[in-house]
Ligand binder design. Structure first.
Ligand code: NAD
Ligand code: ZN
Length: 381
């Protein structure tokens, strides 16, 4: 079968690989119908995630048709169309039982923090991902969710990560009616977070980025007030000016360690390596939120390199909430939101690319070229 093949930093190509097989009675094999490239893949692509091995197949956002199931999988059968949460969750451990499916202990027992994630290095369990014609899905009786007959597959594939992550970013912000919410990052995750902020009662939504076509999209899609951070001298002063000197009620970091390095390049004329600390949006969030406010982080950071201004967190009495999205916990209500038209995921898709051209798709998405917001791969045509 054809599958993504990581060859080293900024080198991903499509190659022939062996078909996946059932390795455990709770596995299923899926024929992939849609697969996305995510901002999180850019951390891998740029070689920033420890233990990303050459030869790995990336891809944690995919949906497909069940091809085969292991002997212990009772709730799926061949032919079912399913979307698959990016977190690999056993459904039974201490964390899964609390709905913390992103922190499953069984799927990545050697790690101290994150649970298993498809196609996300050996740090996240070493599972191959879905940027491929076929993929093995462990614990297939837990994550895979039947795609309702009325749902467009383009919407379904975005329910595997972008929608739940954006929604959870807003949820963790504890948004109260009328709140001013500032979202750093107008990538797919930030756009979805800003859109969802309204569902929680926000009174005002501000989106900060520097990529103009994304800001323009945010203006209409979220909808949000938008600002290019290159035109702002001091972020905290600017946000205070916008908010009667108080600061934002909620700040959301939907950037993380800037995988492309573009923004930091522009700011400092050179890329800051992740080890040296590249948490600019997080600093901005902490410094711009009001006293007693909430900072919600869904942007992904390495274990080091965060250099949080912890003194300001203490002195301002800020609450920080962060996690990988717990996709399975959120799916029922998100499917309702999509059906009711309150969230329109597929509007984010700008590029549809055959798997053969994956190398171009990574380049375009990483470079923020060609108006790219969300590229999807069509592994089986
Ligand atoms: P993306 O790369 O498409 O978007 C990131 C955006 O941030 C870009 O538009 C970039 O120009 C902008 N940016 C860079 N520096 C900035 C700054 N200082 N201030 C404001 N904007 C800045 O990525 P995405 O797919 O939207 O993902 C965003 C982040 O969310 C990534 O870190 C990704 O790893 C993370 N993520 C987390 C989860 C989770 O479960 N927690 C799930 C998916 C993605
Ligand atoms: Zn993702």
């Amino acid at each position: 079968m054809l599958a993504a093949d990581y060859r080293g930093p900024r080198r991903v190509r499509a190659d022939q690989k062996p078909m996946p097989t059932i390795e455990h009675p709770r596995d299923a094999i899926l024929r992939v119908t849609r697969s996305c490239i995510c901002g999180s893949d850019l951390h891998l692509y740029n070689g920033l995630v420890p233990d990303t091995r050459v030869g790995m197949t990336f891809g944690h956002e995919f949906c497909g048709i069940v091809e085969e199931v292991g002997s212990e999988v009772e709730n799926l059968k061949p032919g079912d169309h399913v979307l698959v949460p990016f977190n690999i969750a056993c459904g039974q451990c201490h964390f899964c039982r609390q709905g913390l499916f992103g922190n499953c202990h069984e799927s990545n027992a050697q790690a101290t923090a994150v649970g298993g994630i498809f196609g996300y290095s050996h740090t996240a369990g070493g599972y191959d991902g879905g940027q491929a014609q076929y993929v093995r899905v462990p614990y297939a009786d837990v994550g895979p969710t039947l795609i309702p007959g009325w749902m467009d597959l383009d919407d379904a594939v975005l329910l595997t990560d972008v929608v739940p992550t954006g929604y959870q970013a807003a949820e963790m912000g504890g948004i109260q009616k009328g709140d001013t919410v500032v979202v750093f990052g107008a990538g797919p995750v930030g756009l979805m977070a800003a859109r969802c902020a309204w569902l929680f009662g926000a009174g005002r939504v501000i989106v900060i980025d520097w990529v103009h076509y994304r800001l323009e999209f945010a203006r209409h899609y979220c909808p949000a007030e938008v600002y290019d951070f290159r035109e702002i001298d001091d972020m905290a002063v600017f946000i205070k000016r916008q908010t009667d000197s108080l600061g934002a009620d909620v700040c959301i970091d939907a950037v993380g360690a800037d995988a492309s390095g573009n923004a930091l390049h522009t700011l400092f004329g050179k890329m800051i390596p992740i080890e040296a600390g590249s948490a600019i949006p997080l600093h901005w969030a902490i410094n711009s939120v009001k006293k007693g406010g909430i900072v919600s982080i869904v942007g992904v950071y390495g274990p080091t390199g965060n250099m949080i201004p912890i003194g300001n967190v203490v002195n301002k009495g800020i609450t920080i909430r962060a996690n990988q999205a717990s996709v399975k916990r959120l799916l029922p209500r998100l499917i309702d939101h999509v059906q009711a038209g309150r969230i329109d995921p597929k509007a984010l898709i700008t590029h549809r690319v055959p798997l053969e051209d994956i190398s171009d798709a990574y380049h375009i998405f990483a470079s923020k070229l060609d108006g790219c917001i969300k590229p999807i791969l069509l592994p089986n045509g």
